[in-house]
Design a protein around this ligand. Structure first.
Ligand SMILES: *[C@@H]1O[C@H](CO)[C@@H](O)[C@H](O)[C@H]1NC(C)=O
Ligand SMILES: *[C@@H]1O[C@H](CO)[C@@H](O)[C@H](O)[C@H]1NC(C)=O
Length: 421
């Protein structure tokens, strides 16, 4: 056990001589002689986790929201801790990017404004590095266990046609989504406007995202997810943050948020996963939205992600997955909240803007121009769009289609209200 603890911390290659780490290494070597109570086990585990997650930075930037963004050499990023990525050469550009056939991209955001990340106000990361949100001790301590930090719990993917409807609300997860299934999908895209939903309990969250799913909803479900979220437990505040998630076994042993485990290979030096997006939409005032595209490179097989119209963030190597090595079998777009019913009532945690779809533009949250990447690697309107929500009196979804917005939907709601007690 002790060797296992020491090896990653004090073994040759991993340690890069900062004084703090040297002290920690010495402490660790002393443990066999000291009583096991000197450093509580959990504290050690936390330190070990922090050293694994926080790579040596060439430069660090303090964001106004309290985050520290570390600019880490691209070859020292967490992905390279993965045994199968030991000899990996970073692919610096995708060999292919899907194109829309009929849709005029310039029209899509005509009535909304561009968005970026808050930490940009205080600096940028140099070329050859990637920005990583530094994990703090309190971040790990908020998790139910050190191992669970950065990971999702089971069963948070909406299963519209589940034979057991209770599965969907197990753990209190509620959704308002649109989805397509029954074909082979090689990517998905959407323009999502960004809000700051109120979260009632710190262990609840509210997010808006795309799910790219492969396989059945069994133990080996593959999922790639991207969007924005407010999650006090994960980040320690109520800021709206860009996030990604992946798993290749239905949230059991593999996968994590952002760069909190090895897997995603980031190439971009401007956008940090898990960092706040800024500005956000106001009710009845300016609307701000983000563009997310995830697609499979037909040549290398990796799944790439683009944020906005210009930031190619990086890729999930194909070998991380089983079903998604080939294609996705279902795409979902929409919102999810956790309803913990902490006080015996439905939570007042908001989804999206916290307002129902019927309020429309400027008030309700939306996804515009939802598209899929088809078998010819073209972006196109999805066929057979269906909607799903567990309790439409709490959170609802309404889809539509028009020339400017393509396939779109409004979604969200306030949670607890007279019709959702
Ligand atoms: C990496 O390269 C070394 C040396 O060529 C080789 O022994 C090792 O098996 C490779 N590892 C992987 C995961 O490909
Ligand atoms: C987050 O918002 C809730 C109310 O929605 C508030 O009680 C809490 O203090 C906020 N947390 C932080 C860290 O600001």
């Amino acid at each position: 056990m002790l060797e296992l603890v020491m090896a990653p911390l004090c073994g040759g290659g991993k340690i890069r001589g900062s004084a703090a780490k040297m002290v920690l290494c010495s402490l660790l070597f002393l443990i066999p002689m000291a009583s096991s109570a000197v450093i509580p086990h959990r504290k050690l585990e936390v330190q070990k986790q922090l050293m694994r997650l926080n790579k040596p930075a060439l430069k660090s930037i303090k964001s106004p929201d309290g985050d520290i963004i570390d600019c880490v050499h691209i070859n020292h990023q967490p992905a390279f801790d993965h045994p199968l990525l030991k000899n990996h050469t970073v692919q610096t550009t995708p060999s292919f990017r899907p194109k829309g056939r009929s849709f005029d991209e310039s029209k899509v955001s005509s009535n909304s404004k561009p968005i970026t990340q808050l930490w940009h106000l205080n600096g940028r990361c140099p070329e050859g590095t990637i920005p990583i949100r530094r994990t703090k001790e309190e971040d790990v301590l908020r998790a139910s266990s050190v191992e669970s930090y950065g990971r999702k719990k089971h069963l948070s993917i909406p299963q519209p046609k589940s034979a057991e409807p209770d599965l969907n609300t197990l753990g209190g997860h509620q959704h308002a989504i649109v989805y397509v299934e029954g074909d082979k999908y090689y990517g998905a895209k959407a323009t999502i406007n960004v809000w700051k939903p109120q979260i009632q309990q710190p262990n609840e969250f509210s997010l808006s995202q795309i799910w790219i799913l492969g396989g059945s909803f069994g133990e080996d479900l593959n999922s790639i997810e991207a969007g924005w979220q407010v999650s006090p437990d994960l980040y320690g505040d109520n800021s709206t943050r860009l996030f990604t998630y992946w798993t290749s076994d239905a949230y059991q042993a593999t996968g994590c948020y952002n760069l909190l485990c090895s897997g995603f290979v980031q190439i971009n030096n401007e956008i940090a996963m898990g960092a706040s997006v800024y500005p956000i939409s106001g009710y009845g005032s300016s609307q701000y939205d983000i563009n997310i595209l995830v697609w499979k490179d037909p040549k290398e097989g990796n799944w790439w992600m683009q944020f906005g119209n210009k930031y190619v963030l990086g890729y999930w190597p194909a070998f991380l997955f089983s079903y998604l090595v080939d294609s996705a079998s279902m795409i979902e777009w929409g919102g999810e909240v956790v309803n913990s019913e902490a006080v015996g009532q439905h939570t007042s945690t908001q989804m999206g803007s916290g307002h129902f779809p019927g309020e429309g533009f400027g008030k309700a949250s939306y996804f515009q121009n939802i598209q899929i990447v088809d078998g010819s690697n073209n972006l196109r309107a999805p066929k057979g769009i269906a909607t799903f929500t567990e309790q439409s009196n709490c959170y609802d979804v309404q889809n539509g289609q028009n020339g400017n917005w393509g396939n779109y939907f409004y979604y969200g709601g306030p949670g607890r209200n007279p019709k959702c007690p």
